[in-house]
Design a protein. Sequence first.
Length: 360
Amino acid sequence: MLKDAIDLSTLRRILIIKLRHHGDVLLTSPLFNVLKNHAPQLEVDALVYRDTAEMLTFHPAIAEVHTIDRNWKKLGPLGQASEEWGLLARLRARHYDLIIHLTEHNRGAWLTRLLGVPHAVTRNVRGRGRFWRNSFSHFYPVPAGRFRHTVETHLDALRRIGVYPDESERMLTLEPGEAARSDVQQKLAQHGLAGKDFIHIHPASRWLFKCWPSGHMTALIRSLQAQGQRIVITAAPDAAEQALVRDMLAPLGQPVVDFSGQLSLKQLAALTAMAKVFVGVDSAPMHIAAAMQTPVAVLFGPSGDLEWGPWRVPHRLLTSDHVCRPCGNDGCGGGKRSECLEAIPVERVLAAVEELLRAG
């Protein structure tokens, strides 16, 4: 028994802070389930960047999702100060008993002090000074090696205060909502699709060094179409992602259903839930597919699959045998192209998809 464990039965409200990208935020979703299951009286809130909020809204174990808009800085000093003060006032009104801060962002240290929270837990960050160390009551270690999934690292914040998750509580949770489901059903119906009759391919990432060559993806789609599979494509509105999709689809003789740049995150989740298999790269849509329990075939190059791979979903993880991976670099030599990804043959990816289809 930990000497400094926190008795959840004595708490009323908890704030979990995760100021990162979409996939990172989604991978925090099990924490809310664990806390609510272990102490049903708790109200558990989240603080995230506004553009990532859809990863957690409608989560059944979350009371409120508070957001920070990265565009506040464009409002000028007075405008930004006004927005920051409004956020602080809303957080103060919640009277938190515990903050769980899941990154090394300085905002977490400031909030524990400004909100007067009696308990606060965060990761042990080397090199931080007295202000950081004195802002938190509990610290959990994060191993330096790449050998543990990010979800388990997040859950270490709970273990550190004496809350141990059951196996059944570690699944990702993402709720699309009825509006998103209805919208996606209507979109699919316009193309003669009804759900569980197509393969969902999301070929791109905002980080181009994580992307498989467009020609490889074209060849994969051709092979799947030759087997009679219907294909639905998605991508973000980002210009680079749209260009990759255009290059990928242009050589195809047989059309696909192209929803790239047309879906919200909630609609993307609803679409993925209706697919037979998801095919993609290391990106937020892959984590969304895992949350929706859609079988995943995913390609990993420079990024760490042990940390960021598909979580608790039937999957095939495709990598190369390059001894330098995962390096985390922005392509080989910083050149935006990753040889370890380009070395993964189309035949291997096709076989992985076929295995998942047979298993399903």
